[in-house]
Design a protein around this ligand. Sequence first.
Ligand SMILES: [Zn+2]
Length: 353
Amino acid sequence: VVRELAAGRVVLLTDQARGEAALLASAGLVTPETLVFLIRNSEGIVSAPMRAERLDQLRIPPQLGGPSATSGRPGLPEPAVSVDLRKGVSTGISARDRAATLRALANPRTIAPDLVRPGHVAPIRCSAGGVLDHQRLMPGALDLCVLAGCGPCAAVAELAESADGRSAVEVAGRMAPAAGLVAVDVSDVARHRRVSESHVGRGASTTLPTVHGEFQALGYDYDRDGSAQLVLYVGNIASDDVLVRVHAECITGDALGSRRCRCAQALDASLQIIGQRGRGVVVYLRERGRAGVGMAHIVEGCGVRDERDETIAAHILRDLGVRSAILLTDRPDGPVGPTGFGLTVSRRIAVLG
Ligand SMILES: [Zn+2]
């Protein structure tokens, strides 16, 4: 998809979760012919998702007054005041004029006085985290164009439901092969960004003597949610076939001696094996500090890791230089474990037998 966008071609972006879909091209490379194709094969409205920060630089405010962000959360995508390019266009409404305006919006050298307001191209204000903040069409389209290196703006035309009631996603599914278009879902864009961008920062390090020997303790910050993670390691772990335990914090088991789970035994066994071998790492994933989540976690059982957890663990292991892992798991049929970023799991050992 990124290659298609970088070549100036149109692609399809779906949002399976919402049943929405859109045609998408890089605004920086858009031609009048591309724009006509977008308009004829969609609802007919071409939007231009851009980062809020860039829109502020260009003095293009939201349509409904001030920023909608509340309580520190990134604001939902929202329409900004429409614009036209000031010079080199006539009425602004023709495909040629709108293509020129879109290319100007994608050009980092464009400045506020180059644009007149209102106009015929409607930017959509997207928060800095893009599809990682909101898994939706507009931020997804913008992220894809940025990934394609085509400038921070996309040309997006949403698809309508068909007359016989098929959803936009179904319409896209039929259009893709017929028109020879490559398609991608916003969830895949988000997954790609989560695994390809590092969001962990190494913190303070100290020596920690334990009943299983002396470990190095190392803190990590995860910048997507500000959480603090903990690593214990010993020996040279920047290599292959490193013993790795990814442990999801379990307050009741790890700290309070609960017998409802075997989290503490698994952790203890892992530290023991790693201590004896003199080489290995425990990634201790902290429980999320959001209200309600902790109690639900305790009630529903523990040791369950989601994609976020595996992503953090994989980022940390890559930062530590681990190339392949021998995973210390609770059960042989447990989660696959952290992979991606050049990290592979070469073998699994069940520590609870
Ligand atoms: Zn537990």
